[in-house]
Design a protein around this ligand. Structure first.
Ligand SMILES: NC(=O)c1ccc[n+]([C@@H]2O[C@H](COP(=O)([O-])OP(=O)(O)OC[C@H]3O[C@@H](n4cnc5c(N)ncnc54)[C@H](OP(=O)(O)O)[C@@H]3O)[C@@H](O)[C@H]2O)c1
Length: 370
């Protein structure tokens, strides 16, 4: 018997339970009544999640074609909050259910496989439960990572750069944003998982790049390490419109990560035939009353294209993304900053911290090193 920390689906685990181990799991708290429209209201709290101990077998049932994996790194992402509000979940993703484990992107190692495409010790990335061990049907894997990983010094760097945020950045910046050399690109939540890569992709394109972030430490990171031309702390600005005019006087194209007041200020400063790539609206995920955007008229007056996108619709471009990014990685032209929380027990704090800006860089949860 081995003591384990796990965030797992107890139902699945019972199905395969043969050799039992003591364990724990993180799952959504049952504090709130089931059937409520929103599982979580307002800003998520650590107490919205709970650790649950259980048991799991490390052996597949006879004849199973599934894959038993051990999670190594899990990715804490803002969209996970949207999955806590049933009415707003994107079509491509199912809302969480109370009492079940959270699920999200991660990198894992195959413990045992009943599927011919996977074998023991393979590294895979995909969508897994927030648990130590998961039984995953093959379709939840995006890719065997072992070959790709050879381009990176560590699995962690692979996760930060090549998994979901990297693909999001590629799709949002190149496919939706249609950038041109010389564009002025403004990025909100610029020091985060997506923002830091957008800024670097934009610099590689020959754009002028300005970012906003929520602390002096983050602003320094953008200017001194990530190669942004300029950056400012939006929390110190009374008037975001004036701030944007100060930092980019001749108008911007935009990579929109936060929505709300920032988006409104962007609309006032967008240039003629500008593009707004709507990647995220994290400032709106926790509020019930949405604020009105006042400056939409600029879409008309300046012939602007504003388009939202969901990364899940762009994975067919993954080979193209790799063709773009891998040479830059090899040449050391892309940097990545990550923020690691260690142990599943620190998962809720890591997730909640995304909404107060506690993370500096990509927020990752280290579950096991190998
Ligand atoms: N469209 C897609 O398929 C897709 C895929 C991935 C991510 N996204 C979206 O992209 C955005 C960035 O995601 P990420 O994974 O890169 O997260 P991240 O930037 O690493 O972390 C979230 C950051 O958002 C900022 N933030 C939190 N609340 C805010 C608020 N009320 N106003 C302004 N900024 C706030 C915080 O930074 P500060 O300290 O700077 O405030 C926080 O560190 C999110 O909106 C996310 O939902 C979309």
């Amino acid at each position: 018997m081995k003591k384990t920390s796990a965030l797992r689906n107890t139902e699945q685990s019972h199905q395969i339970a043969k050799e039992k181990e003591d364990g724990k799991e993180w799952r959504r708290s049952e504090e709130q009544e089931s059937g409520a429209e929103d599982i979580v209201t307002g800003c998520p709290k650590e107490s919205d999640m709970e650790v649950v101990e259980g048991s799991i077998t490390l052996k597949l049932p006879e004849g199973s074609n599934e894959v038993l994996i051990k999670n190594l790194y899990l990715s804490a992402d803002p969209y996970m909050r949207i999955l806590m509000s049933e009415r707003e979940s994107p079509q491509s993703l199912a809302s969480y259910t109370i009492g079940s484990p959270l699920a999200g992107y991660g990198v894992a190692k195959v413990v045992e496989s009943g599927h011919p495409d996977f074998k023991k010790e393979d590294l895979v990335w995909g969508i897994f439960g927030w648990d130590e061990y998961s039984l995953s049907p093959q379709h939840k894997f995006f890719s065997k990572s072992s070959t790709l990983m050879s381009h990176f010094p560590t699995i962690l760097e692979f996760l930060v750069c090549i998994c979901m945020p990297g693909m999001t950045t590629y799709a949002g910046f190149f496919e939706i944003g249609s950038p041109k050399k010389g564009d002025n690109v403004f990025i909100s939540a610029a020091s985060g998982a997506v923002g830091q890569l957008v800024g670097q992709f934009a610099k590689l394109m020959g754009c002028y790049v300005v970012g906003s972030a929520g602390s002096k430490e983050k602003v320094d990171l953008l200017k001194n390490k990530l190669g942004f031309d300029d950056a400012f702390n939006y929390k110190e600005e009374q008037d975001l419109d004036a701030a944007l005019k100060r930092y980019v006087s001749d108008g911007i194209d935009n990579f929109e990560n936060v929505g709300g007041k920032t988006l409104d200020a962007v609309l006032q400063n967008i240039r003629v035939q500008g593009r707004i790539s709507v990647c995220g609206m994290i400032s709106r995920y926790n509020v019930d009353q949405q604020e009105g955007i006042k400056n939409l008229i600029h879409l008309l007056l300046k012939e602007v294209r504003m388009e939202g996108f969901n990364v899940s619709k762009f994975y067919h471009l993954y080979p193209k993304f790799l063709e773009f990014i891998l040479p830059h990685i090899r040449e050391g032209k892309i940097m990545y900053v990550e923020d690691i929380a260690e142990g599943l027990e620190n998962g809720p704090a890591a997730l909640v911290g995304l909404f107060s800006g506690r993370n500096v860089g990509k927020q990752v949860l280290l579950v096991a090193r190998d």
